[in-house]
Design a protein around this ligand. Structure first.
Ligand code: CA2
Length: 149
């Protein structure tokens, strides 16, 4: 893993989140994923963490990163995108790691279509933060810090 330090937070982003900032700003805001990464890195620095920020459109790649995280990270912040609503495999992977997991969403999934109201991932998460746009990630980092402190 890149950017490994003693206090490392793994931030995983699922499918299509690389498209942030290009369309649907009314739902997801106008920040790009890179903007979110930069803001998180700055905030993480003030808390004494480094972040390892990744995105993949592949369920398999996300699962591999989750499996490795137990050895390399103190916590996982995960926006699994649409896999949130479909993936038992990601749930199973999260249940193999023994570090805090915070589920993150930009949008308030409970104000949206009914199929977005259910998350397969939440049972493996310490908590869920959704609806605050890019700030959801900052709030999730604060939540992880509170758990780790
Ligand atoms: O609100 C979130 O963060 C979501 O995880 C985003 C997912 C969606 O399937 C979840 O229900 C909620 C979708 C990410 C796709 O993002 C795009 C952004 C801009 C343009 C196209 C896709």
């Amino acid at each position: 893993m890149t950017n490994v330090s003693e206090k490392n937070i793994l931030v995983l982003n699922g499918p299509n989140l690389n498209m942030l900032g290009t369309r649907e700003p009314e739902i997801y805001g106008s920040e790009t994923l890179f903007d979110i990464e930069k803001n998180m890195a700055a905030h993480a620095g003030t808390l004494g963490y480094s972040i390892d920020f990744r995105q993949s459109n592949s369920e398999s790649e996300l699962i591999g990163w989750i499996q490795e995280a137990g050895n390399n990270a103190q916590a996982i912040l995960l926006n699994a995108g649409a896999f949130t609503h479909t993936s038992v495999a990601i749930l199973d992977a999260l249940q193999t790691v023994d570090i805090p997991v915070i589920e993150v969403h930009l949008s308030n999934i409970f104000r949206r279509e009914e199929f977005r109201h259910h998350s397969y991932i939440s049972p493996a998460a310490n908590g869920v933060i959704c609806g605050f746009g890019g700030n959801s990630y900052i709030l999730a980092l604060d939540a992880a810090h509170a758990i780790l402190s």
